[in-house]
Write a protein that binds this ligand. Sequence first.
Ligand code: KG4
Ligand code: ZN
Length: 365
Amino acid sequence: MAIDTSCDETALSLFDEHDYFTGKRVADCLVSEVVSSQVDLHAEYGGVVPELAAREHLVNFPHLLGALLKPINGDIEAISSVAVTRGPGLNGCLLVGLCFGKGLALGARIPLVLLNHIEGHLFGAMFSADFNAFEYPALALIVSGGHTLLVNVKGFRQYEIIAQTRDDAAGEAFDKCASLIGLGYPGGPKLSKLAQSGDATKYRLPIGLNKDNTSFSFSGLKTAVYRLVQDLDSEVENEQVKADVCASVENAIVVALIEKTKAGLNAVGAKQLFLCGGVAANATLRKELKNLAEEFSCRLIFPPIKYCTDNASMMGALALEILKQDKDGYESIRNMMRNGVYRGTKFREDAAGAKPRFPLTEVSN
Ligand code: KG4
Ligand code: ZN
């Protein structure tokens, strides 16, 4: 069972690990998955309220667990291991999932695997029909509401950060600009939809830090959009004007991401290019990155839309791969746990807390 409660989605997934260990694709090992979105709860505040989100996870867990276990007739004892997101994310939210996972693992005497949410986003790409295996080095652009990272994936769980944001994340930039344009929360998907009928050359907006290939920055864009909306005044209500502003914003964000990815490809010589995280759902970004990947003769791989935004199946994919790579150790520890004779700490990190800040470079092997 995999659990993710890093932000405002309560997500649980169930896999058949035996199928995965015997060579099936991860998508074919998925038994069930549930994601409960809290968008409506937070919409009236214009953003996620951490305390409310944490409480909502608590309320959600019992009925989501019931739904998750339906295909196995509620047989919680059939679960052989639990994987939980430890960070990064909102502390209170992470704690709810972590305590639930720890409780289940301790009670059922089964192994516990603690995971990094960003790494999970990368492994969400395993659900792509284009994915067969990781080929190193690979380059990963991980763009979500909380993170904007360009990563050199040197090997299994070996990461080198090539560029990251100095201020807002790409998804945050989409959402904040959308809010300034009057599209509500979370406006990223709405902005990108409107952008499709707009002219991206209509308004000149700043492309963040276009001379520094180790950083992204989107706060200047936000300020420029604020001024533009002020200048346009009531004109921004005009559908075409609104679409043109959206297209110009989308273009500024996409160009910044593409330019730095291009520099990354030049530096790394990647065999594969991964695009992951909520913003990977953006059609323009996908199209532009596909062209870029072709230019560099490497393959672009991105998850199906539902595995771009937060979910627990991507975390499960990561956990299954971790367990598979250490199959003998995992199975012997699981047997010792079942017999009540295990005294080690591997797969049983009782004292581990949530890690709201959890750099990708700190995941352990
Ligand atoms: O990965 P995710 O679900 O949550 C975090 O871990 O942050 O990403 C959510 C982010 C939001 O900022 C949302 O506006 C953005 O992904 N997003 C999009 C699109 N769909 C979701 N941004 C641009 N275009 C989209 N189509
Ligand atoms: Zn996420």
